[in-house]
Write a protein that binds this ligand. Structure first.
Ligand SMILES: NC(=O)c1ccc[n+]([C@@H]2O[C@H](COP(=O)([O-])OP(=O)(O)OC[C@H]3O[C@@H](n4cnc5c(N)ncnc54)[C@H](OP(=O)(O)O)[C@@H]3O)[C@@H](O)[C@H]2O)c1
Length: 293
């Protein structure tokens, strides 16, 4: 098995490359400078040279606020680049795992979203991610689209890192009580992708769209409180610096209020069970403070 992972500097891509390395599975992780989704010739050359068994696309333009100012760049990466990737994979008979997001939904439902629910993305970035999915479905029959809920990690920009950076600098952090999600450790997302890869390698005919989110939906403010209590073992952070707000007062593009995903299909098809984010939280926070003393 040879796995090509696009977006190896990202949270999920990095975690996946590490896991594949630990399992001694041959993996080529590419950063933007090595394989840019806006450069089809580069993409073709990497695929031709490496001849992967499976391609995982964990790369994407991920800044919803900035995307409103640079829509053509966002669509070029997220939609058009992915369309080309899907074409090359299809031409060469290589299965494509496209990592996607809860942002394809509007988040207005009170229930966890399942794969039959209708997408209704809002904002350039979310629309581009939905269109990416559509391109993959149309162009590459052997595809898995894996939608994830909130990703947490000790690396790069995410809810946890934002929280600790701000609080460590004695800045107030605004969190909402009316935004719900399942904080999914990047390592857990990598575990799920690896489980899918292994079954694809066994010839399982399981193409389609799946949801994965760590167990237990939580509001942003409750998650922040849990993270701060856990972090107290490593660092002194003031809970009082958390400011409660409502989604409606948020500036810029508002994320879906409900990012929880129903994971029955992935369990029934792949036997993949949800892991609770709470058990992973301590390790992620320790890594963060080890790296940011
Ligand atoms: N973060 C979340 O909360 C979340 C939630 C649900 C789903 N997801 C999905 O999970 C996947 C991975 O997300 P993540 O949070 O791990 O992402 P991330 O940390 O933001 O990393 C994104 C990756 O994409 C790369 N990239 C950006 N533009 C590129 C281009 N033009 N060509 C090639 N690579 C490019 C980045 O490279 P640079 O290092 O050069 O920027 C980086 O490696 C994405 O599909 C995302 O939508 C994320």
């Amino acid at each position: 098995m040879k796995i090509l992972v696009l977006g190896s500097s990202g949270k999920v891509g990095h975690a996946l490359c590490s896991l594949l390395g630990q399992q001694q599975i041959t993996c080529l992780g590419t950063e933007r400078s090595e394989l840019n989704l806006t450069e089809p010739e580069q993409m073709k050359a990497v695929i031709n040279d490496f001849q992967p068994t499976i391609v995982v696309n964990a790369a994407s333009y991920n800044n919803p606020t900035e995307a409103e100012n640079v829509p053509s760049l966002c669509y070029a990466i997220n939609r058009d680049g992915v369309a080309k990737l899907a074409d090359y994979c299809h031409e060469q008979g290589i299965p494509l795992i496209q990592v996607s997001t809860y942002r394809v939904f509007d988040g207005k439902s009170a229930d966890a979203y399942n794969e039959q629910d209708s997408p209704n993305p809002s904002g350039v970035q979310a629309i581009s991610r939905w269109q990416a999915e559509e391109q993959v479905r149309e162009r590459c029959q052997q595809h898995i689209i894996l939608r994830l809920s909130w990703i947490i990690s000790a690396r790069r920009n995410n809810l946890l890192v934002r929280l600790f950076k701000q609080l460590s600098a004695h800045k107030e952090v605004t969190v909402t009580a009316d935004q719900l999600g399942c904080p999914t450790p990047a390592d857990d997302a990598a575990r799920v992708i690896l489980a899918i890869i292994k079954q694809l390698d066994c010839g399982a005919n399981v193409w389609g769209t799946y949801h994965y989110a760590a167990a237990e939906a939580v509001s942003e403010n409750s998650f922040a409180e849990s993270a701060i209590s856990e972090a107290a073992q490593h660092h002194h952070l003031e809970l009082g610096d958390l400011k409660m707000d409502k989604m409606i007062n948020r500036e810029g593009v508002r994320p879906p209020a409900n990012a929880s995903l129903d994971c029955s299909k992935i369990r029934n098809t792949f036997g993949i069970h949800r892991r609770p984010w709470r058990t992973a939280l301590s390790g992620i926070i320790k890594t963060y403070f080890d790296n940011n003393p």
